[in-house]
Design a protein around this ligand. Structure first.
Ligand SMILES: Nc1ncnc2c1ncn2[C@@H]1O[C@H](COP(=O)(O)OP(=O)(O)O)[C@@H](O)[C@H]1O
Ligand SMILES: [Mg+2]
Length: 293
């Protein structure tokens, strides 16, 4: 029988939807190259809304998490759905337990304890001016972000000289970090690993005047050939993930003042994998899925 794999997307990334996100072309690229790679093995890749009934997935040989980018607004439903899909008895990649771990950025603390260089972070339930001012005495800026978040949603930045308002600076559990100036001079590096093997790397830079590298904010990306030492630094992050080797991992890093790569985040839920910049990625991905069937 012909084999098939489901690619989880959502109503804001699937084609033809009226409320499609402005960055949904990333779905087109990622799904497009993966579909071709699976097709070359005689396997069909089909895009599905992640909210469909779990039984709808039972006929597939595996489910991969693609671009369910609205899951942030329905987080517990999303995690429950992933478990329900696994309960249908087929491989889900990445698996639900790894996703649940990866949802809350407190995993950065665990990776730091295991030896990964990270951005020094205050983990606070209610961030206030006092937290910001403490860091502003030593750094030119402070970034406050959600412990659970994506796409820079809800993120705030304060620079030296800014008036920091009284009261809670974010309405949920937060991370308070020094602003890393290299984000605006060098950019953020992403290292893509498929089944533990390095595929490719890219450099993402922000639009002039911004510090967020996401395409939604006008950020740009280009393929780079990183020095071996940078790849080793990124690989050691993947190696420290306390689960079986993930099908896909995007290791986002930024350099500190000493030039050392620090982990910004390790994306193992629904990362954009920059398929155009890494022509070997899709083939590695399809083969890794087939190995797990
Ligand atoms: N401490 C920081 N210093 C400089 N830039 C930051 C810092 N934290 C976040 N950013 C910027 O904001 C973006 C989003 O932050 P990130 O931690 O990757 O969260 P997410 O992508 O999950 O929303 C980063 O890609 C980077 O451009
Ligand atoms: Mg990010």
């Amino acid at each position: 029988m012909k084999r098939s794999v489901a690619f989880l997307a959502c109503e804001t990334t699937l084609p033809g939807m009226p409320n499609r996100r402005s960055d949904a072309y990333e779905f087109d690229r990622q799904f497009g190259v993966l579909r071709e790679a699976f097709a070359s093995h005689g396997v069909t890749l089909e895009a599905k809304d992640w909210t469909e009934a779990p039984s709808q997935f039972a006929t597939f040989d595996a489910v991969v998490i693609g671009t369910p980018w609205n899951y942030q607004d329905h987080q517990s439903q999303f995690l429950a759905q992933l478990e329900a899909i696994e309960a249908e008895g087929l491989p889900l990649l990445n698996p639900a337990d790894l996703v649940a771990w990866n949802v809350r950025k407190t995993y950065l603390r665990e990776l730091a304890d295991a030896g990964t260089p990270t951005i020094p972070t205050l983990w606070v339930d209610v961030p206030t001016a006092a937290h910001v001012e403490a860091l502003l005495s030593e750094h030119e800026g402070v970034v406050i972000k959600r412990q659970v978040g994506a796409g820079a949603a809800g993120q705030r930045i304060f620079r030296r000289g800014d008036v920091v308002p009284e009261g809670p600076l974010l309405d949920r559990a937060a991370m308070v970090q020094p602003f890393m100036p290299s984000i605006q001079t060098e950019g953020e590096l992403s290292f893509i690993f498929i089944d533990g093997a390095f595929s490719h790397a890219i450099l993402k830079t922000a639009r002039d005047g911004d510090y967020r590298i996401q395409s939604m904010f006008g950020g740009r990306e280009k393929a780079i050939t990183p020095p071996e030492g940078d790849i080793v630094a990124a690989r050691s992050v993947v190696d420290r993930v306390p689960f079986a080797t993930p099908l896909y991992a995007r290791i986002d890093m930024v350099r500190d003042g000493e030039g050392q790569l620090c982990l910004m985040e390790a994306e193992m839920i629904e990362p954009y994998l920059y398929p155009l910049e890494g022509p070997t990625m899709a083939g590695m991905y399809a083969e890794a899925v087939l190995r797990r069937l």
